[in-house]
Structures are given as C-alpha cells and as structure tokens.
Design a protein around this ligand. Structure first.
Ligand SMILES: NC(=O)C1=CN([C@@H]2O[C@H](COP(=O)(O)OP(=O)(O)OC[C@H]3O[C@@H](n4cnc5c(N)ncnc54)[C@H](O)[C@@H]3O)[C@@H](O)[C@H]2O)C=CC1
Ligand SMILES: O=C([O-])CC(=O)C(=O)O
Length: 263
C-alpha cells in the first residue's frame, strides 16, 4: 500500500480524501495548528494529523497540496528539500518569482519535484505539447457567478450585487491574475506554465450573474495550429469558488502514484 500526505482539509481536501484509489492510503494530513486536535478526532488513528512537515519521520510516496498559495509558501520548500514529489493545485503561487526561486533551490538540493496539476481546466497537455513547436498567442478566460467571486478583489472592481450581464472586470497577465485572485485564478498560472509564461499569457476574468458554473476557456495559436477549449465546471457545493474538476485532478495525480499505465 502506498502512502499519501495531503496538505489542507477544506472543500477540496475533503473531496479528494473521499475519492482516493484503494491502493493509496491517506497517512499524513497537514492542517493549521489550531485545527490539529479537531481534525485528528474526526479522522481517528489511521491518519496522523500534523501542522509541520518536520513532524513526519517517514517518506510519503506523494504529497498533494489542497490548501492555498499561503500553504505552498509555508510548506513547499520543506517537502521538496526532502526529495518528495509535491502535487500542487495552488499553482498560482509559482507566479511569485521569489517563491519559485526558493522552491527550485530546495528541489535541486533535495531532489524533490513539483507536479503542477491541471486543476479546473482541460487541454493543458495539448498546450504544453504545442509549446514545443512555438506558440504565438494564448488567452485564458475565467467566468464565474457573483457568488464565486465574493470575498475576492473582484469586489473592489465591480458591484457583485447589482451586475446584470456578463462583465469583464479584469484584463491582464497570468502573473497578475494568479497573484491578485489566489482562490480563483490558479488556472491562469497553470495555462501560463504550459504555454507562453506568466507575462505573455493574457487573462480575462468575468462575472456572469446568469451562470451557476465555473467556465474556463483557452484560445491558443502557434505552429501546431489552433486550440480552443471551453469547459463548464460544476463548483463544489462546499466552496463555489472551487470547481469539482480541480479536486478530481488531484485524485488523478493520486491514481498516477499507483497505476502502471499513466493517462
Ligand atoms: N488549480 C485549480 O484549478 C484550483 C486551485 N485551487 C486552490 O486550491 C485551494 C484550496 O481550495 P478549497 O479546498 O476549495 O479551499 P478551502 O478554503 O475550502 O480550503 C482550504 C483549506 O486549507 C487550509 N489551509 C490554509 N492554509 C494552510 C496551511 N498553511 N497549512 C495547512 N492548511 C492550510 C484551510 O484551513 C482550509 O481548511 C484554493 O485556495 C486554491 O489555491 C482551487 C480551485 C481550483
Ligand atoms: O476551481 C476553479 O474554477 C478555478 C479556480 O478557482 C482557480 O483557478 O483557482
């Protein structure tokens, strides 16, 4: 039986834990210090609930982060310095150059690797292949309901209570989007990593009062031809900012940890 460490036990972490492949056991769960006792009581002795990587004295087969960009800052380098593989869902953290440098240094020193997970978007495989032949332009668009943008800086850019039609409230680079909207635009950074990079990937973010889904699109052009992806994702009931597919992409990484044929 292989062993998993998960960082974060919110909406996504709970969904992932409920869908793990039978051959992979959740052995360690990292939560904030104030929640350790409560989560340990909920999960029982089969899972060790921790608040610091240093408390783990064995080597997980895989670590998956489902906790937010702050958690990547807090725990990422320690995971990589131990030589472990870190499946990252808060990919937007990598738009912070200083953090990226420190994660690279830790990975080089310890032998760890970062797996940037596709998350709520599809088509990252095709985009990353297309890049090998040269890309000319990439546009990522994210469109969500007012409820999904609540509690984000969108509130300062548009009145989410009175908006009556789909409205673009942000245009900029993937780097700006991922850092300004850390709970809503990690996908912008994922598309950037697969394609033209953080500063050359254009991003549009839209609030759509008629939508109950999280819509993501990629438009890319290059020597390979053209790519157009449209994805309409159901949000998790427990967090409207987060698409169900993002949690499922973490489950996919878990499946890769145990399967022989990787797809
Ligand atoms: N790449 C993608 O497509 C997507 C990425 N995300 C990322 O996933 C993250 C998690 O999403 P949800 O579970 O829906 O959010 P959530 O807010 O429901 O849960 C996050 C959990 O992580 C915990 N946490 C925060 N900082 C921590 C730390 N330093 N150490 C340990 N635990 C910590 C919180 O207490 C909370 O329980 C988002 O913040 C976002 O960064 C979310 C949706 C899509
Ligand atoms: O789950 C989604 O729809 C996308 C998301 O929040 C993100 O990219 O951070």
């Amino acid at each position: 039986m292989k062993q998993l460490m998960m960082i974060g036990f919110g909406a996504m972490g709970r969904e992932v834990a409920s869908l793990l492949p039978a051959e992979l056991a959740l052995k360690w769960l990292l939560v904030s210090p104030a929640r350790v006792d409560e989560v340990q009581a909920e999960l029982g002795p089969s899972v060790r609930v921790l608040s610091d990587i240093d408390e783990c004295d064995q080597a997980p087969d895989l670590v998956v982060e489902c906790a937010g960009q702050g958690a990547v800052r807090e725990h990422g380098a320690k995971v990589l310095a131990r030589g472990w593989t870190l499946g990252l869902i808060s990919v937007g953290a990598l738009a912070d150059d200083e953090l990226m440098l420190s994660l690279r240094a830790a990975a080089q020193q310890g032998g760890g690797r970062i797996l940037a997970l596709a998350g709520a978007i599809a088509g990252v495989d095709g985009l990353a292949a297309a890049r090998e032949g040269g890309l000319e332009s990439v546009l990522y668009s994210g469109r969500k309901s007012p409820q999904s943008w609540r509690g984000s800086p969108a509130e300062a850019l548009i009145d989410l209570d009175t908006v009556t039609e789909p409205t673009v409230f942000f245009r900029g680079t993937a780097r700006e989007a991922a850092l300004r909207f850390p709970a809503n635009a990690n996908v912008a950074a994922t598309v950037a990593l697969a394609g033209l990079g953080m500063d050359n990937t254009r991003v549009e973010l839209t609030v759509d009062p008629a939508s109950s889904t999280n819509k993501h699109s990629i438009l890319a052009q290059g020597r390979f031809g053209e790519l157009s992806i449209e994805l309409s994702g159901q949000p998790l009931a427990s967090n409207p900012k987060t698409s169900t597919l993002a949690a499922l992409s973490v489950v996919r990484a878990c499946r890769h940890c145990t399967d022989t044929v990787l797809i």
